[in-house]
Design a protein around this ligand. Structure first.
Ligand SMILES: *Cc1c(COP(=O)(O)O)cnc(C)c1O
Length: 382
């Protein structure tokens, strides 16, 4: 079977062959439990996990002891939000987040609300950016957490993380950012950005699915969290459960590769995206969503006015794999909450496609995509 060109790298990425190679021994000979201290199997697994932890910490400028391995970003976001609410309930119960967050964050906030949290959801402007004065004004005496994502998974738009971190710090509020799309595409330094908690995931950066991490700041301030999964006290009591050693090894390798190839990789993605946009944005009926704001280098969210995205997708999906909205919302018929939040009508939101470029895309992929889309558009417009 000839598979289509893959331009859905924001949904997930192919495991890099070098990542897979690194993982294989930990399924076969080196299958120890990283918590077994009494024999070499366990010790080798533990060494491999700690080696991976170094790379995972380094890619965000954290120290290894600040990394908690989880099953992915969704779990890490749950731990950050619910864990902060439980831990800091004596200080307050107010959490500020944004309408365009990933469901992992929005649904964790909803759950927290059922458990007594007060949630403020900030609006965004036409490009998807929050207003920092509005953020500042939303902070109250009982505010304990600001949760704002780094780069959006549907539009790629970037929030002003450094300024948000500074506002959080000035007001003595913790700052959590979902950096799942940003890691590997931007240089992230938790110190410079004033980030207290940060989640990211292996499968968005050419590692395996089912592995991720939560960064939890250890000093100034030292962040405490009440665990959401109990049993055995793994990961310094923040997250119990036998560690997914092969997954963690793959995550570490994925981070290492990403750091080593950062400049070439991000400039290649930018180059390919520029070509895609230049060739697709040819008339006033084709609009780049979030086009007037800083964005991640690999995502183009494009509105094809009055052409339903689902119809366009069925026309091209034997040739090119893209999505409307995020993977989670494209399974439903609802318009993207991200796009409607930034002021698109339901119809426009349902006429928008996300193209997300990755490490393994080539210029010929982009040329082929341009040709395929143009052919499909001609059909719709004829
Ligand atoms: C993919 C994604 C998630 C969920 O990550 P998983 O590891 O699949 O649970 C959360 N936030 C953003 C921004 C994402 O892109």
């Amino acid at each position: 079977m000839k598979l289509p060109v893959y331009l859905d790298n924001s949904a997930t990425t192919r495991v890099d062959p070098a990542v897979l190679q690194e993982m294989i021994p930990y399924f076969s000979e080196l299958y120890g439990n990283a918590a077994s201290r009494s024999h070499i199997y366990g010790l080798l697994a533990k060494d491999a996990v700690e080696n991976a932890r170094d790379h995972v910490a380094k890619i965000i400028g954290a120290s290894p002891s600040e990394i908690i391995f989880t099953s992915g970003s969704t779990e890490a976001a749950n731990l950050a939000i619910k864990g902060v609410l439980e831990t800091y309930k004596n200080k307050g119960n107010h959490i500020i987040t944004v309408a365009t967050e990933h469901k992992a964050v929005l649904d964790s906030c909803k759950h927290a609300q059922k458990n007594g949290a007060e949630i403020t959801v900030l609006d965004v402007d036409i490009n998807g950016i929050i207003n920092l004065n509005t953020l500042q004004a939303a902070i109250k005496k009982n505010t304990i957490l600001i949760a704002v994502m780094y780069g959006n998974n549907e539009t790629g738009v970037l929030q002003n993380i450094k300024k948000i971190g500074a506002i959080a710090k000035e007001n003595n509020v913790l700052f959590f950012t979902d950096a799942t799309q940003a890691v590997g595409k931007l240089i992230i330094q938790v110190e410079d950005d004033g980030i207290d908690l940060l989640c990211f995931s292996a499968h968005k950066i050419y590692g395996p699915k089912g592995t991720g991490a939560l960064y939890v700041r250890r000093k100034s301030p030292r962040v405490n969290l009440i665990s959401q999964i109990d049993g055995g006290g793994h990961e310094r009591n923040f997250r119990s459960g036998t560690l997914n050693v092969p997954g963690i090894v793959g995550f570490g390798k994925a981070c290492e590769i990403s750091m080593n190839n950062f400049n070439e990789e991000t400039s290649q993605m930018k180059c390919l995206r520029e070509k895609l946009e230049k060739n697709l944005l040819v008339d006033g009926q084709i609009i780049l969503n979030s086009g007037n704001a800083p964005r991640l280098p690999n995502i183009s969210n494009i509105l094809f006015k009055s052409i339903p995205a689902n119809s366009l997708i069925s026309e091209i999906n034997k040739d090119v794999a893209v999505s409307s909205g995020s993977a989670c919302s494209s399974a439903s018929v609802e318009p993207s909450h991200v796009l409607t939040s930034q002021g698109l009508s339901e119809n426009d939101a349902k006429s928008s496609l996300r193209f997300s470029i990755g490490r393994f895309n080539t210029e010929s992929d982009i040329d082929f995509t341009i040709k395929t889309i143009k052919k499909a558009l001609a059909k719709f417009l004829s």
